[in-house]
Design a protein around this ligand. Structure first.
Ligand code: GDP
Length: 382
């Protein structure tokens, strides 16, 4: 019996010692965390390790379970607007068939009626429009007769006349600044599919490149993907997007975004809108309301109409409808890279009496450039 008692006591003692040992290990463990954490801090500094005089031991760099600090999102640095049109010149390759054609015809020995007709056909075919074509041909005829028609001169005269036609006197600056401390508000309108949301994203990049604080409003609440699309553009350059519920009231999203912009003191708020062109009255009501609610807080500084250059006459009809609904102050002409009809620049300016301010020359994030008449004409004639 006594032996049994000793055995039980023995087992109890061993048990107590085992538990004590386990507890000690558990208590010690947290003590190791700082060591591990410090390894974490060292690991994610790749750029400084390059310059460090002594390289860190490979073991630390390769520590598999060093999740590092949450990686800071890498923001892209958009290209400055000034250099863009020069970079994108070759994208107007389709349109410079017009320039080559014109130069070819003008360098003929005899500028007879047939040649002038061929020149007219080329210009009209490039969507310049009938009245501007006649004006240009008239001016070219007069000048070449008066100044003599050497090929070299013909090129210079054509360049000058084309630049005049595009009108270098128009103010093409995007109005992105508000009065005093108020943000500038850019309202972007246009038919769906023209590249409106993409253009809003690209404008955000231009503003960031110009070091302007920016907020985007996803007021196209009808197209499910539009807000997500805009958020992706925003994330890449660190610009926030104000969104509303899908199918919600676009005006309320625009209102909230501008309010937020004022409260935060940002430089510019860019508002994407829906472009359903089912009927003019509906469009007028919708865009009218968006503009009105914004202007309860601060004026809209720019109403930018996005037009797809490849749609020709259709684009001009859209331009007319939108300009009747809302006071358009500038045009962004997209997809000029896919169009041989650069002449639409002239036609649309004439029709609306407002300048083309931006041109879209590709799907890349920085493929939107401020429009410059001389650079544009040089690209046509290159
Ligand atoms: P939205 O419906 O008007 O908002 O149109 P999106 O912004 O969704 O654009 C429609 C399509 O046009 C997309 O595939 C864009 O990548 C494309 N796009 C927009 N701008 C340009 C441009 O300047 N050049 C080319 N080639 N494609 C463009």
């Amino acid at each position: 019996m006594q032996e049994w008692i000793y055995l039980v006591i023995g087992i109890a003692v061993v048990g107590v010692l085992a538990i004590a040992g386990f507890v000690t290990t558990r208590v010690r463990r947290p003590g190791r965390l700082p060591e591990k954490a410090s390894t974490d801090v060292i690991t994610p500094a790749p750029s400084t390790t390059v310059e460090a005089p002594t390289a860190p031991p490979t073991v630390e760099v390769e520590t598999p379970e060093a999740p590092a600090e949450p990686a800071a999102p890498t923001l892209e640095t958009p290209e400055k607007p000034a250099s863009r049109l020069v970079r994108l010149r070759q994208r107007l390759a389709g349109s410079n068939a017009l320039g080559r054609g014109l130069l070819g015809l003008l360098s003929r020995d005899q500028l007879d009626e047939d040649t002038w007709e061929a020149i007219e056909d080329l210009l009209i075919g490039a969507d310049i429009g009938v009245a501007p074509t006649q004006e240009l041909v008239e001016n070219l005829r007069t000048r070449l007769r008066v100044e003599g028609g050497q090929a070299a001169d013909a090129r210079a005269v054509l360049r000058e006349e084309l630049i005049n036609l595009v009108d270098p006197t128009m103010d093409r600056a995007l109005k992105v600044s508000g009065e005093g401390d108020a943000p500038g508000v850019v309202l972007v309108v246009g038919v769906n599919g023209t590249g409106k949301t993409t253009t809003v994203g690209k404008i955000a990049r231009i503003l960031v490149a110009d070091e302007r604080t920016t907020l985007l409003a996803a007021a196209d609440t009808f197209r499910a993907a539009a807000a997500d699309q805009l958020s992706t553009w925003g994330e890449r350059v660190g610009v926030e997007v104000v969104r509303g519920p899908e199918g919600g009231d676009p005006a309320s999203v625009a209102f909230d975004a501008v309010k937020e912009g004022i409260d935060r003191g940002v430089d510019t708020v860019v508002v994407d809108t829906a472009g359903r062109l089912q009927n003019k009255q509906g469009l007028m009501d919708e865009l009218g309301k968006v503009k009105r609610v914004i202007e309860k807080q601060t004026p809209v500084t720019e109403v930018l109409l996005v037009l797809d250059a490849t749609t020709g006459q259709n684009g001009l009809i859209q331009a007319k409808v939108f300009s009747e609904v809302v006071d358009v102050t500038g045009i962004a002409l997209t997809k000029l890279d896919g169009s041989a009809k650069g002449g639409i620049v002239v036609a649309v300016q004439r029709q609306l009496g407002v300048p083309v301010k931006l041109v879209g020359l590709g799907e890349g994030p920085d493929d939107l450039a401020p429009f410059d008449p001389a650079a544009f004409v040089d690209a046509l004639l290159s």
